[in-house]
Design a protein around this ligand. Structure first.
Ligand code: SF4
Length: 121
């Protein structure tokens, strides 16, 4: 029976509670240090299926700048972030683009759209 302890900071709100998780044979058996239930949910997700927002840029033709900043509409699996960033390297859009316009729909079939994070005229 292998027991380990992991410490992480909850990033769900500005309190930034330090959470301690005990794992036995890779399974979470105890979570402490969280001030509310959202911390427990965060810790479980972070230790089993971590997710992250993606921010990047894509090439834009005819815009006031050569690159358009983009962001994922919601979180993506952390292990697929690099694949998504690589996929965006081949995306090219034409100005004008408005904040929130979908730039890459359902990226890599992960169910998340990539949208413009600013207007580009
Ligand atoms: S555990 Fe709750 S109070 Fe603490 S940082 Fe997370 S969301 Fe905020």
């Amino acid at each position: 029976m292998a027991e380990e302890t992991k410490t992480l900071n909850c990033i769900t709100c500005p309190m930034g509670c330090e959470i301690t998780a005990t794992l036995v044979d890779g399974k979470i058996t105890k979570i402490s240090g969280n001030s509310c239930p959202r911390g427990e949910k965060y810790a479980k997700e972070e230790l089993t299926a971590p997710k992250r927002m993606l921010t990047s840029t894509v090439e834009i033709e005819g815009g006031m700048l050569p690159q358009l900043p983009v962001v994922s509409k919601s979180v993506l699996p952390k292990e697929r972030i690099l694949d998504c960033a690589m996929a965006l390297r081949s995306v090219k859009v034409k100005a004008p683009v408005h904040e929130g316009d979908v730039i890459a729909e359902n990226i890599l079939g992960l169910g998340v759209d990539i949208v413009a994070s600013r207007d580009m005229l």
